[in-house]
Design a protein around this ligand. Sequence first.
Ligand code: HEM
Length: 310
Amino acid sequence: MRITTHAGVRAALSSPHLEVPPAAPADDTGGMRWLRATVARFSTGRAHRRRRRLATDALADIDAATLGRGAGARAGEILAGAGDRPLDLMSRIALPVPAQLLARALGMPGDVTGAVLAAAPAYHPRSEITPVADEAVAALIRAAGGVADERTAARIGLLMQAAEATAGLVAHAVLALGHQPSAASTPAVLAETLRYDPPVRLTRRRATGPVRCGHLDLAAGTEVEVDLAAANRDGAVFDHPGRFDPGRAGADRHVTFGAGPRSCPGAAHARALAGGIVDVLRTRRLEVDTVRYGAAANLRVPASLMVRIR
Ligand code: HEM
């Protein structure tokens, strides 16, 4: 069952009778199963509130604007070093730069970018856990101080949540501007990109008891797909929803960062990181050569995006 209207999606995400399907209990300490079972994202009830607080406390110590400036500076260095050779925007900039900046801001010493990007594809409970992902989580725990507790899980969880989604936002802004150049400000381009081509397409909820959600009567235990991308194209909320229109009125009504008590606490940081990078990319003329998507369950993020820089 899938919820696709803007009103239905907001109602589902705010309903106390629909919960995130929890991750399986951990059968390890310090691997990917442990991480899934210990972060806010896949927890419910009091554990969710406690763990979300750990994540929001960690984010409160990180100034988003500083993060964005750092991301822009790093992206500029990488572009300068690349000369006019073709460059994979994903593996060189969009994936590693936000991960590196955020890990540094979270106080994780050394370069943990490789570990973040090795673990992230296995973070979602519907994806396969590989030995590489388990080892990457172990490396991240060591970088976070070596104690496998909820505070450590919260910091690693922030890196998992941030990495691919933020990279997808950068990529989709570049692709959209490639098809349709725009003089709109970068924040306006990003707001419309989040609405028009969201990197996080859907999320899931399960009914804790019989519940009416919009037009749907759900029996206890029913799992629903909450279709964020479809809600962002709801003609009842957005005029000409299929048109990429940076600067449109009300673009920020998109639901790409979710809604309700579990909405994305990293939205400002995601915008700042992506904004810093996109600002720098917009100072150069980029030509997109090829784009290839991976097969993630709920994400739409290019695996590679080859560009030429003029
Ligand atoms: C464009 C980038 C991003 C998008 C589209 C995005 C989207 C989302 C969405 C839709 C949710 C809610 C899922 C649900 O309700 O089922 C979420 C949760 C979350 N996001 Fe983001 N996110 C992004 C970047 C980030 C960043 C940069 C951070 C951290 C710095 C972050 C941290 C989190 C955390 C910790 C949660 C779990 C919150 C909870 O369960 O209470 N996200 N994100």
